[in-house]
Design a protein around this ligand. Sequence first.
Ligand code: IVH
Length: 686
Amino acid sequence: MHFVLCTCWVSSYNSFIVSKKDLQKKAEELRRQINYHDYRYYVLNDPVISDVEYDTLMRELKELEKNQPELITPDSPTQRVGGQPTEGFPPVEHKVPMLSLDNTYSHDELRDFDGRVKKTLEKVSYRYVAEPKVDGVAVSLKYENGIFVLGSTRGNGVVGDDITANLKTINSIPLHILTDDKDLLNIEVRGEVYISRAGFQRLNAEREEEGQNLFANPRNAAAGSLKQLNPRIVAKRRLNIFVHSIAKPPSERFGSHYDTLQILKEAGFRINPHNRLLENVEEVLRFCDDWEPNRDGLDYEVDGIVVKIDSFEYREVLGETTSVPRWAIAYKYPARQATTVVDEIKWSVGRTGVVTPIAILKPVSLSGSTIGRATLHNADEIKRLDVREGDTVIIEKGGEVIPKVVKVVAEKRPRKSKPARTPAKCPICSSPLARYEGEAAIRCENVSCPMQVRRRIEYFACRSAMDITGLGTVVVDQLVSAGLVKDYGDLYSLKAEQIESLERMGKKSAPNLISAISDSKERPFDRVLFALGIRQVGFHAARLLASRFSSIAELARSTAEEISSIGGIGPIIAESVVKFFQDEANLKVIGKLRRAGLKLSQKRKRKGRLPLKNKTFVLTGALSRYTREQAGDLIVSLGGKLSASVSRKTDYCVAGENPGSKLDKAKALGVKIVDEEEFKRLTKKS
Ligand code: IVH
């Protein structure tokens, strides 16, 4: 790309009468130039003009926009920090879910992953892309007609927050894609926003000077910055981004992830220069080992390597579970450790009654954060480690957010220490605790245990579930302690007068809370299903269930087998659903929700018929009415399976335009071959 600088233009604009159209053209030209120079500077780190020349361009554009405000466009570089402080962050639905990754911690575990890939892909050869896993905040960037229109956080993977104004302040995010390639004009890319180590140190030094709380680590600093309501503050935080994925390949032309990243780089996105295309798992392991010591030389935190299958076609074949893909995994570097003392071992009760031990520690600093508590997982783990109050222990932060105790320093044990005792009674309600064979957890089985009740209500009210503003931990605590609610079904019969007298509630907040509770009756069926808190049923699983079952009543009548016939729902989730509806207490609460008018059903979307059950399909060539992804989704939604290669087990080979060698193989093996018309008939929903 080549641009000619034209600084003489401002004077000519002042002295001649220029048509509106010319002004608009000029503004467009200046924007194009500035966007390009932003790219050279912030993305490629290779500027081609001096700062003074750049400032002149920017000044020219600002001047022009000042005189002609109607020429300002949302993608103008002057608008990076143009926004007013936001009211909040409206929810954004991710049409393609933002998945997370499974972790591996050893060569063997990574080889096991490769083994699973190999088994599914059968005989085809595949390649991996290995990328440094930058420790920051996952975001999604959406472009329409080449313009950055929507930026969001991951949230729970399906619904995140709209943080467009804050993301616009990041100079390495192109406001306008630098390409005319039609396929790229309407895309959604994903990446990791981070703050450099140096930026983090500087930010904390400034905060210390101003007497503000310090950020515990670079990731928290990046996350905290993106949650700022005022984009002007965000702009000062010196955030940066690496784009690492495309939500969906924009066309059949995009077959390889690695090639796509190169194309995205040319289109203006900042791609990590250390990403590599590798031939096999052994090369990947070498890459991981090489980076382990070298990562400290980078200006940002890297906590592992992300390993991805390169081919989009094979990714489709490998598929994904409700939360992670089967075509990618993270190889995590060993956690950094610290030594401290256990002051106390406490037991906490969760939503499902599991009682978990927690070590309360003398605060210690670990990879940048201050740690005051660590999980001990369960009673078996305490026994295995023989952790006692007063012990000096080694803690580490692994893949999980909460650090864990990994070892006791035996030599430092105080002389009079006693082994930790596993409680026989619930620390909250004193009911006897139960432990089932084969399970490590101990449980409080009193479903009315005040702590479980609280946690269930908190979960019900949280943002991804019923999203009841003002119903957080403190208020839930008060409502339960005052005996006003015994389960989430009781929320809907609360009256403002009843809650006015609660601490910090008052005449104004009480009716607000009541109306927030009432508003939540409008949440759609899948959200209600999630909010019920059925064990194992997360947000994504709730959606899948809602896509097949049209009411709670229908779901409650179904067998585990029927439920697990939904792609993505395994037998463990299915069993858990069945068990939930066998419990009288749960049915009673659901009765309260029904009487309150919540959406416990929805219009029937699709009949539960599975005409393709147990049929295996192979796709070859292009179909005119479906993308490969759509065709695959359709097959799976009707109970069928998709495979990458033809074998004797293949039931149908769907052949589109320009089929490949798979068609020959299908013919040779006598597999039934269907064209698009026949495929349409096969997949017709009744
Ligand atoms: S790919 C389905 N690539 O790691 C695959 N993620 O647990 C989704 N991350 O917060 C992610 N660097 O944002 C991918 N090169 C990379 C990454 C990366 C960092 C983050 C990601 C998410 C977490 C996944």
